[in-house]
Design a protein around this ligand. Sequence first.
Ligand code: PEP
Ligand code: MN
Length: 343
Amino acid sequence: MIIVMQLEATEAQIQEVVDLIRENGLEPLVLPGEDRVAIGIPATLSSDKRATLEAVLINHEGVSKVTQTSRPYKLASLEFQRKRTEVKVKNVTIGQGHFVVMAGPCSVESYEQFRLAADMVKATGVTVLRGGAFKPRTSPYAFQGLQLEGLKIIQQVGIETGLVTISEVMSGDMVPLVAEYVDILQIGARSMQNFPLLIEAGKSGKPVFLKRGPSSSIDEFLLAAEYLLAQGNPNVILCERGVLPIDKSYTRNTLDLSAIPVLKEHSHLPVIADPSHGTGVAKYVAPMAKAALVAGADGIMVEMHPFPKHALSDGAQALTPDQFAQLMSEIKNLAGHVGVKMG
Ligand code: PEP
Ligand code: MN
């Protein structure tokens, strides 16, 4: 529910509405607007309670109108927060008007491999370096990542290159450890509805990069983001990384490009597209990356490996350094046409 105050509503009237909501056992959220204040109630109310409260509020002095939010998520919605979120991490801004490229290998495999990858992506203008230390693998026999050693490599390479770093955290109890070594916590597609993890990541206050589950609806995705926001962490970045494909023999996933404008219409959070996991095939990464830019994404996450054939994970979707450099020059060119700033 959102209570829109009149243009001329006084501070005292706003406070009375806030008090009245609290007296009803609810926590109001004051939403200052350009010319008037709105007060949101981020809760799901029973229809009885909603009707009673609405009747009281609409007759309250200083109230212009009471509207019902049309979606189950509140803090993540553009109805609740009209100003789009910009997530600032060191010298990088993610959101509104900045097209950010996050790139690097799927997994951190050694200091040498990661440093080489970092130098290569940095040379093309990338500002955020990705690399998994804890890897969610379908098979327990597959490479699970270098884990703590991987985190140490990420931190060291981040310091040496000045790149902002991002890496996945797979469980709530690991949040403090991963948060100590990396700049942005990634919550993987498989963990999108790991609610204890979302709560811990929310509490950490660190920027969180939330990937959409392969079979999650937009509502489920934004409700997962809501868990992070509800912990008081505003630094949330959404990532569309593909949903289950109808035909797995061509692509690993189907990058849901339409999710980009949909998420931008309904949420104030930045949206990044991941065409690497979104297709699973290196040759399809560039066209989908460019399509994501045109569709309004705030950036892309792309896997690049110095030697994809030797990659310990996701080699089939990794771009070679040359392919990646080519993609970056096309992206920069396209960004100019679309009118977005790189960086
Ligand atoms: C990844 O980014 O390395 C990853 C495992 O992605 P996803 O969670 O989207 O599968
Ligand atoms: Mn990967």
